[in-house]
Design a protein around this ligand. Structure first.
Ligand SMILES: C[S@@+](CC[C@H](N)C(=O)[O-])C[C@H]1O[C@@H](n2cnc3c(N)ncnc32)[C@H](O)[C@@H]1O
Length: 355
């Protein structure tokens, strides 16, 4: 099957995964077994849109992790993609306990986890990497409820496409499609708490960036307050022109996981501007080549020697009550409304430095 082309930001996301997984299995060395779950597993062959080089996808990266995971499970909607992964790991990792469930992960996850009941005390990591808004909250609930009562919950590494959410629900849709779009976003968050945020955007109270930050904050808030995760983080990834694409959200109960992912995010935030600059340079080179121009030095070569631009960093801050949420006022019998967080009596600042 054809290779799937990815932008440099996908490599950055997968590099974070590759950096974290060995730290996870190393930190879990004393446990008799470890489990990796890939809820949107993709396909075997992927390629960089910028360099043309092959990119290894998440499931195969998980299988290469050292120390190795005991159990690896993938879920992929498209049967051909699932089959391509099965063929790849059978060839490369014939003796591993690995399987890919073909079909909708929402249907497959509960029974797949039931079959892993023997591993309910094992450190477990789940990568949730949809293309858009197709991961429903019920997946996170199922994962959070999977582990035995005395153990830490399944760690989550989740892609949230906040910019896409704003595009999915838009008032140019006819009423039927708008209702459908709203239902989708409610399923994504497992709640309608996103609605005041989009209302704030429509009324002009929130600009585009604040809206995206509020949506990411809402997801982190719910992971901590509704599912009970102790720590959450987020890092925003952008495309070649710097436009935000998605946030990578991490949730864990374990202080060690929290510490390691902080450092992974910090390194990714530092490396990201360089990757973006190189991708831009390669894009310019391609355009020049197509137009017949043959320069002495390519932009990619020049970009490697140029000094780095603005330093980006990652700073953790906990999520704050969602925008527009009603919270009980301890001094009053009536609930008070948290207005907004835009300087008009609205509370805390965004949750990370790089968003
Ligand atoms: C961004 S890609 C995943 C990339 C993969 N993690 C990798 O590193 O190569 C998202 C994948 O999720 C699959 N997908 C979409 N909806 C799904 C669903 N409901 N259940 C399972 N897989 C789904 C898509 O077919 C697509 O292959």
């Amino acid at each position: 099957m054809a290779e799937r082309p990815w932008g440099f930001w996908t490599e950055s996301k997968l590099d974070m995964l590759s950096a974290y997984l060995p730290a996870f299995t190393t930190a879990s060395k004393k446990a008799p077994s470890t489990v990796y779950l890939d809820l949107f597993a993709g396909q075997a062959k992927n390629v960089s849109r910028d360099t043309g080089r092959p990119i290894q996808g998440s499931l195969l990266r998980a299988l290469q992790t050292k120390p190795p995971f005991t159990v690896v499970r993938g879920f992929e909607l498209q049967h051909k993609r699932a089959q391509s992964l099965q063929e790849a790991f059978r060839a490369e990792f014939p003796n591993r306990d690995v399987a890919v469930h073909a079909g909708d992960v929402h249907g497959a996850l509960p029974s797949a986890l039931a079959a892993l009941a023997a591993y309910r005390s094992s450190p477990t990591f789940a990568f949730i990497d949809p293309d858009g808004v197709e991961a429903r909250w019920e997946l996170l609930e199922t994962l959070a409820a999977h582990k035995a009562p005395q153990s830490t919950k399944v760690e989550l590494f989740l892609l949230l496409t906040s910019p896409q959410i704003v595009r999915v629900v838009n008032n140019s849709l006819d009423p039927h499609d708008l209702e459908h779009a709203k239902k989708k976003i409610t399923e994504l968050f497992g709640s309608t708490e996103w609605q005041p945020i989009l209302d704030g955007r429509q009324s002009g109270m929130l600009d585009a960036e604040r809206t995206r930050d509020e949506l990411t904050n809402l997801m982190r808030w719910r992971l901590e307050k509704t599912l009970g995760y102790r720590f959450t983080h987020t890092l925003r990834l952008t495309n070649v022109s710097g436009a935000p694409l998605y946030g990578m959200i991490f949730a864990t109960d374990h202080p060690v996981g929290d510490k390691i992912m902080k450092s992974v995010y910090q390194k990714a935030a530092e490396r990201f501007p360089e990757m973006r600059r190189e991708a831009r340079a390669r894009r310019r080179d391609r355009k020049e080549l197509e137009s017949g121009f043959n320069p002495l030095f390519t932009h990619a070569e020049l970009a490697q020697d140029a000094p780095l631009g603005a330093h980006e960093s990652y700073q953790h801050a906990p999520p704050v009550p969602p925008y527009g949420q009603t919270v009980p006022d301890p001094g009053s019998l009536l609930p008070t409304r948290v207005e907004c967080r835009d300087g008009t009596g609205c509370g805390a600042s965004p949750s990370t430095g790089t968003r």
